[in-house]
Design a protein. Structure first.
Length: 325
């Protein structure tokens, strides 16, 4: 089969399209024919050698939409059945989805029924699972005023789509560092956009919010907390600022009275949580269209595209040229 093999950490060019053996089926695992996958910021970190659990040589890819090809559990899975999978050390401790086939532990394979086209399905698993987890944790109410920091990210746009599908009247404000992306966010339907040139601090005249989704993460969270209304909630779920932990964090002083700080980890996943997310998307007709679709032959370009941060929202890869055997 063809797969993108990374032999050593580096830039997008270390993703080498290579002929490798199709993974052999083993007890407790299922081989999935890959139909599409999203490109995630975390895969850039992994490719750069910043994921502690990763040893190279490795095929990256932490999520997949595919079909069961061969399985060790024929009572649960049927060949040809549509499935998704995310995380569980896929693309880190064992080979991931940047390939024609991926071998996955049975316990992290989730069958789905959906008539969405593959380009849209591929945008969902990791990004919408995360965005939906954030959405739930915020206990959103009518009249909430919500801020998304790093709104142009895949997760940021996904949360915007979930919130607006839930209640169009909720005010959603987004931040970007880029003046040109301000217009794109407004065109996408954001009620207001703040151009924040600093990742650490919001501009001086920024008001307060009921809920804040902070995808920049520990670099900006102390500042984010200072922009909450009483009983407001911050979800600190990203690390785009490149800072991974809140060092010397004093919750008494840093969290304003009657305010809440929460998080979400997409590695904590279950079949029922995946199903709940798909049901929400279907029932609320959430717009899950990716912003950019690349062919499997263009994974290097897909990484370059995500890295240069020209885009808005989710980048996916599908097999528009049929190379399955
Ligand atoms: N907790 C979890 O389980 C979980 C799961 C999935 C993802 N995540 C995290 O969620 C975040 C978003 O992931 P993604 O894949 O959606 O990202 P993405 O699409 O690659 O995000 C790209 C955007 O990030 C913004 N950005 C990049 N560096 C930044 C910086 N230093 N300061 C401010 N903004 C910056 C850029 O916005 P502008 O150019 O417009 O400023 C860019 O458009 C990541 O940190 C990822 O690790 C967490």
């Amino acid at each position: 089969m063809k797969a993108y093999v990374v032999n050593h950490p580096g830039g997008p060019e270390v993703l080498e399209l290579t002929d490798v053996s199709t993974p052999a089926l083993k007890a407790g695992w299922t081989r999935v024919k890959v139909l599409g996958f999203g490109i995630n910021h975390s895969e850039i970190f992994t490719r750069e050698g910043k994921s502690p659990s990763v040893e190279f040589t490795r095929i990256l890819g932490i999520e997949v939409v595919g079909e069961v090809d061969a399985t060790s559990d024929e009572t649960t899975f049927k060949p040809g059945q549509k499935v998704v999978s995310i995380m569980g050390e896929m693309g880190r401790a064992f080979n991931g989805s940047y390939a024609e086939y991926v071998l996955l532990p049975n316990k992290q394979i989730y069958p789905i029924t959906s008539n969405l086209p593959i380009t849209e399905l591929a945008a969902i698993p990791e990004t919408y699972y995360t965005a939906y987890g954030i959405f739930k944790s915020l206990q959103i109410k009518a009249n909430d005023r919500i801020l998304i920091r790093a709104a142009t990210s895949g997760v940021g746009i996904a949360d915007f789509n979930l919130i607006k599908a839930f209640d169009k009247a909720i005010t959603v404000v987004g931040t970007t560092r880029s003046k040109s992306k301000k217009q794109e966010l407004l065109r996408a339907g954001f009620d207001e956009v703040i151009v924040a040139s600093s990742s650490t601090k919001l501009p001086a005249n920024t008001g307060n919010f009921d809920k804040i989704i902070d995808l920049i993460g520990p670099q900006s969270v102390p500042d984010t907390l200072q922009h909450l209304n009483e009983y407001g909630i911050v979800s600190a779920t990203g690390e785009l600022g490149g800072v991974w932990a809140l060092n010397d964090f004093d919750p008494i002083m840093a969290i304003p009275n009657n305010c809440y700080l929460t998080g979400f980890y997409s590695g904590d996943v279950s079949a029922s949580a995946i199903q709940e997310m798909f049901t929400f998307i279907e029932n609320h007709h959430v717009n899950v269209q990716p912003s950019k679709v690349f062919d499997f032959s263009q994974v290097v370009q897909a990484h370059q595209f995500l890295e240069t941060q020209h885009g808005l929202g989710k980048v996916v890869v599908t097999f528009s040229t049929q190379i399955h055997h």
